[in-house]
Design a protein around this ligand. Structure first.
Ligand code: GDP
Length: 323
């Protein structure tokens, strides 16, 4: 994958779900000097703390992954917090990168930034053609604004910032909290608990009809590290598999892998969120040779094995990543 990118990397959110995977991937590819502070070391919603972190660590490359995120219910409960925290953290980090003359900045957005009814597959050029799905709009718009900021800073200050849009992530170390987490860890946990308690049925959110595109966290980390090294440009880039699956089919697949044979009951009183998501992934392939390599079923097996081991090791609450 080319020569190791020189100099120190700062990975904000570097102890989180994606952050830890990016740190591991960067190390494996030859980056030796990595700083990965947690929220306890620098509250990036405070400008002085963001600036102090950059001034203290003086990185050449910054990967901004610190975020307040969660599943559909966490977004519904925290629209204000998710807008404020994600907008301010991003704004402060980008500005601090400018002040310190950072050589490379990677900002990670989200498919939640796309308009609710984007034509399939989602192309990067369609990003601004409508308002996002209501359930995740505050989060999506806060992240989308950072694309405008990064492009403006490239134009005015020559800051080499790039912007990536990953699909829904999943994998080991995800947030397995039932209320705040995303669908894959939620289903794994629900089915394991139902299997162990011999429950005849499990209640799932929504109608099961929406589709999502899921990206294994290790594949996303690979894309981030490649892009940091090989891509320099103003255009945002989707990161995904290009494949979608209906939530009902995903649930049946996970139930099978977990070994739960009971009935799946859908609860339409819970929101479905965006009707469909599938990304056009050609740009990432052309620009920095990225294509996802982990098939969904293999990634789910890894995730299930990790969670089964974590459950044995301690109460589930201790396994949840901090959102
Ligand atoms: P989203 O992609 O931002 O909508 O986030 P989620 O991963 O939370 O939800 C994806 C889809 O899975 C939505 O249609 C949810 O209604 C559905 N879903 C079904 N059961 C669950 C569950 O137990 N937890 C979560 N988070 N979503 C679920």
């Amino acid at each position: 994958m080319g020569e190791p990118y020189p100099g120190r990397w700062l990975v904000t959110g570097g102890r989180g779900f994606l952050g830890a995977a990016v740190v591991a991937c960067a190390r494996a590819s030859g980056v030796t000097d990595i700083v990965a502070p947690g929220r306890d070391e620098a509250d990036l919603t405070r400008q002085v703390e963001a600036e102090a972190l950059l001034a203290r660590t003086r990185p050449e490359t910054v990967v901004h992954l610190a975020a307040r995120v969660g599943g559909i219910e966490a977004n519904r409960r925290n629209p204000g917090l998710f807008f404020y925290a994600n907008a301010t953290m991003g704004i402060h980090v980008v500005e601090a990168c400018r002040q310190q003359g950072v050589r490379k900045l990677v900002v990670v957005g989200t498919t939640c930034a796309y308009p609710r009814l984007t034509p399939l597959p989602f192309r990067e050029d369609d990003l601004w053609n409508g308002y996002p799905e209501a359930t995740n709009a505050p989060y999506g718009v806060a992240k989308r604004a950072l694309l405008t900021m990064v492009r403006a800073y490239r134009e005015q200050y020559g800051l080499d910032g790039i912007y990536l849009l990953p699909a829904n992530l999943y994998g080991p170390r995800d947030n397995f909290d039932l209320e705040s987490g995303h669908v894959i860890p939620g289903l794994i946990r629900r089915f394991m608990e139902a299997r162990d308690a011999a429950q005849p049925a499990v209640r799932l959110w929504g109608t099961g009809q929406p589709t999502r595109e899921f990206l294994y966290v290790g594949d996303c980390a690979d894309a981030v590290v490649r892009a940091a090294r090989l891509y320099s440009g103003a255009d945002p880039v989707n990161i995904g598999t290009g494949r979608e699956i209906r939530i009902a089919d995903l649930a049946a697949l996970i139930a099978g892998l977990v070994g739960y044979g009971g009935e799946l009951r859908w609860d339409p009183a819970r929101p479905d969120g965006q009707p469909r998501r599938r990304l056009d992934v050609t740009r990432a392939s052309h620009l920095f040779g990225f294509s996802a390599t982990t098939p969904l079923e293999a990634g789910l097996r890894e995730t299930i094995a990790w969670y089964a081991a974590a459950r044995k090791a301690g109460p589930p609450e201790q396994q949840a990543r901090g959102a």
